[in-house]
Design a protein around this ligand. Structure first.
Ligand SMILES: NC(=O)c1ccc[n+]([C@@H]2O[C@H](COP(=O)([O-])OP(=O)(O)OC[C@H]3O[C@@H](n4cnc5c(N)ncnc54)[C@H](O)[C@@H]3O)[C@@H](O)[C@H]2O)c1
Length: 345
């Protein structure tokens, strides 16, 4: 693997400097905080390219990744673009011998993930996914409760988000561009869950309700499912159920509920509180607590340590392929009307 003696030798660039959440600025600042050096931005929207220059005076500007690859010796390229562009852009960067951090989701299909992993291996460079939420309060707290034996053995996890609301007027509402209803927050919730259930994925059942909002969006038939669900069966017997909805007027409270043989914990949000309930005979104990402190900065700390030979990579491409395989199977299963087996290479 191409590595460096110190982090200040690592020149970094981003592709995509969008305005929705100002993610380009966030990434470049986080990379800088770890000692890496922002040198280039590629963005197809000239207004957003200008915004990057205002934030990082003197940074080299390019209208496309092709121009960036031809005109810059950037070592690490971060992709912060809509989901259906991730595989194509990553393959270009990886084949050009550059390390790649790709925003979540790594890609839309399992086949795309496999092509990206093969390209990284062939070039001897890093491929990772920006799973910053790996270090959110929810998984950190659930892991702590597990280690203190407050939950026992986890046998089910329920994840859900959304309520009845017309989908936003942005690319995230297009199924072709986003991958579908489950690919945005769903991938975070699955990545939380996969940290807790360490067992092979056996099969995935997908469910979708379509067509309620489609005509009221600019995407028509290509609009996301109104509500989509993935149910994952693990070899251990555990299951994860994930639902993202734009249609349910009265959804159950909480974004994640982890249920074990000794207790159940419910998280209402990614960072704040949790409610642990344990029941033994007639006695029921309820503990309302504050979640562990979110530590998202550990993502780029680990990337910097990996590229300078000081640590193993935590978010490997094989790890971030797992939630994509679930989502890919869920989409196919919803169409087929039956559960589909997971495929391991
Ligand atoms: N990890 C997180 O917490 C988090 C938070 C927000 C967004 N995201 C992810 O970041 C990615 C981008 O989302 P966003 O909200 O910033 O979107 P956005 O629409 O604000 O920005 C995307 C930008 O990419 C540009 N772009 C599109 N195709 C391009 C190409 N081929 N070459 C160069 N530029 C191109 C667009 O012009 C746009 O400015 C998505 O994968 C999303 O899921 C992650």
């Amino acid at each position: 693997m191409k590595s460096y003696s110190k982090t200040s030798d690592i020149k970094v660039g981003v592709v995509g400097y969008g305005g929705a959440f100002n993610m380009g600025k966030k990434h470049l600042n986080e990379l800088k905080a770890q000692g890496m050096v922002p040198v280039a931005v590629a963005e197809m929207d000239p207004t957003r390219l200008e915004a990057a220059t205002t934030d990082f005076p003197g940074i080299a500007k390019f209208a496309s990744i092709d121009e960036m690859l031809a005109g810059s010796d950037v070592d690490l390229i971060v992709l912060i673009t809509p989901h259906n562009t991730h595989a194509e852009l990553a393959l270009k960067a990886l084949k050009a011998g550059r390390h790649v951090v790709c925003e979540k989701p790594l890609a839309i299909t399992t086949a795309e993930c496999d092509a990206m992993i093969a390209a990284a291996d062939a070039s001897g460079v890093m491929l990772s996914t920006y799973h910053n939420r790996h270090w959110d309060g929810i998984p950190l707290t659930a892991i702590k409760l597990l280690s203190e034996d407050k939950l026992g053995e986890i046998y089910k996890i329920h994840c859900r988000m959304g309520t009845r609301v017309k989908p936003g007027d942005w690319w995230r509402t297009s199924r072709t561009i986003s991958g579908g209803q489950l690919y945005d927050w769903g991938v975070h919730l699955l990545e939380y869950s996969l940290q807790l259930i360490k067992s092979e994925i056996v099969e995935v059942s997908g469910f979708a309700f379509d067509g309620f909002w489609a005509d009221q969006t600019r995407w028509g038939d290509d609009a996301n499912e109104d509500e989509a669900t993935a149910i994952v069966r693990f070899a251990s017997g555990a299951r994860v159920e994930l639902t993202i909805t734009n249609l349910d007027s009265d959804p159950a409270a909480g974004m994640m509920r982890v249920v074990g043989t000794k207790g159940s914990v419910t998280f209402l949000d990614p960072h704040e509180s949790y409610r642990l309930v344990q029941k033994d005979g007639p006695s029921k104990t309820t503990i309302e607590g504050k979640q562990e402190e979110t530590q998202q900065e550990l993502y780029y700390q680990n990337v910097a340590e990996y590229l300078t030979g000081k640590a193993d990579l935590i978010i490997t491409p094989e790890w971030s392929r797992r939630p994509i395989h679930i989502l890919d199977l869920a989409g196919q299963s919803a169409k087929a009307g039956k559960a589909l087996p997971a495929v391991y290479q």
